[in-house]
Design a protein around this ligand. Structure first.
Ligand SMILES: [Zn+2]
Length: 373
């Protein structure tokens, strides 16, 4: 779906050699390091509104309303309403419309994975990021220098979105949500097996699984189906819209039903799986279910103290972000000339890069919370 009346980004074009990048005139600025004469800051640079491309005159995942926004994925800290024009994958555009309404941006345009587009003096391509449905890495090239910006990403197989594709680039901007050696996520199937084992062990208790409404909820349900669980999965109202959208976009979730407990019918939820916002698993809402088992599907469940504080009895370590091994293997595999680190625990990864002989720096951007995890 393309708003052809209001195309704010150029249609796919032949990849021309970028030239004449607009540089703000800074009379006394020291000369920044260059890659063969191109300054990285002319391709992408951190600003208070998010990453900005002087060459293309657009932002990536801006945290405040801008004229042109390229969006990596639908999580609310990356995809916000109110931009003049948005370029994103068709799935991300659908997610934004579901969350913010059809008028979420002045104009919108679909990005086709792998197809080069010329925007101003920059050439832009979108590639799968393996984070949530519709998630994309955005590679921006100008003057022969290419920077890869994946937003959130992970490397594990994921039944609800295509896998991450390593994209060669001169500078790789990595997230750092779980960038500490302590974060090593277990196999996702093993965590789902633990949920199923608990259902066997406690057939009279409702299992309330806290999961973020975009991505994690649908992944838990899809993985339950892949493990052979065919009973209805009950949804808190906050989960319904995006589960329906995932189904419309081709991710089958099996029988779903609203988690509405009718008077005197509490017993019907004995042994049921209920998916709800993480904030609800140990709250008043949970008490309507029979002897609830509070569970939480999150990479943070690696930290036992965090599970305990949240009142979680069954922590499921299931993350949509790369763990320490995935982060370092991704950087080593891409082999960029430089790494920029953002969104999380930046220092440990910067230090790992230094030890590996790769120049790296933290971007210190604000406005990206890890609520989505
Ligand atoms: Zn995200």
């Amino acid at each position: 779906m393309v708003d052809s009346a209001a195309l704010r980004f150029h249609a796919p074009a032949s990849v021309e050699k970028a030239s004449g990048i607009h540089r703000p005139h800074l009379a006394f600025a020291p000369e920044a390091p260059t890659f063969d004469g191109v300054r990285p800051e002319d391709v992408l640079c951190p600003t208070p509104a998010g990453l900005y491309s002087p060459a293309g005159r657009f932002h990536i995942d801006p945290t405040r309303p801008v004229e042109k926004a390229l969006i990596t994925h639908g999580h609310s800290d990356h995809a916000r309403a109110g931009h003049g024009a948005v370029l994103a994958t068709p799935e991300t555009l659908r997610i934004m419309a579901a969350r913010y309404g059809e008028g979420f941006a002045g104009a919108r345009q679909e990005a086709v994975l792998g197809e080069a587009m010329r925007i101003g003096e920059a050439t832009v391509t979108f590639h799968p990021a393996g984070h949530v449905l519709g998630s994309a890495q955005i590679a921006v090239a100008a003057g022969g220098l290419r920077i890869g910006a994946p937003g959130g990403y992970k490397r594990r197989a994921h039944p609800t979105c295509p896998p991450f594709v390593p994209v060669p680039c001169d500078i790789f901007i990595t997230e750092a949500t779980f960038a500490l050696p302590v974060f090593r996520h277990p196999e996702p199937e093993a965590e789902i097996a633990r949920l199923l084992a608990s259902l066997d062990q406690f057939p009279d208790r409702a299992h309330l699984v806290g999961a973020y409404s975009l991505g994690k909820a649908q992944r838990v349900i899809r993985m339950l189906r892949d493990a052979g669980y065919d009973r209805p999965v009950y949804l808190h109202g906050a989960m319904e819209k995006l589960c329906r959208l995932y189904e419309e976009l081709g991710v089958a979730l099996g029988p779903l039903a609203p988690a509405t407990v009718a008077a005197g019918k509490k017993g019907e939820f004995a042994g049921a799986v209920v998916i709800c916002p993480p904030s609800e698993v140990a709250e008043r809402w949970a008490r309507r279910f029979p002897d609830p088992v509070p569970a939480f599907a999150s990479g943070w469940m690696r930290i036992r103290q965090r599970a305990k504080q949240a009142g979680v009895e069954l922590p499921l370590i299931l993350s949509d972000h790369a763990d320490w091994d995935e982060l370092t293997a991704t950087i080593a595999g891409i082999g960029p000339g430089e790494v920029w680190v953002t969104h999380g625990r930046e220092e440990a990864l910067v230090r790992w890069c230094a030890l590996a002989g790769i120049p790296a720096k933290p971007l210190h951007m604000v406005g990206y919370e890890d609520e989505a995890e």
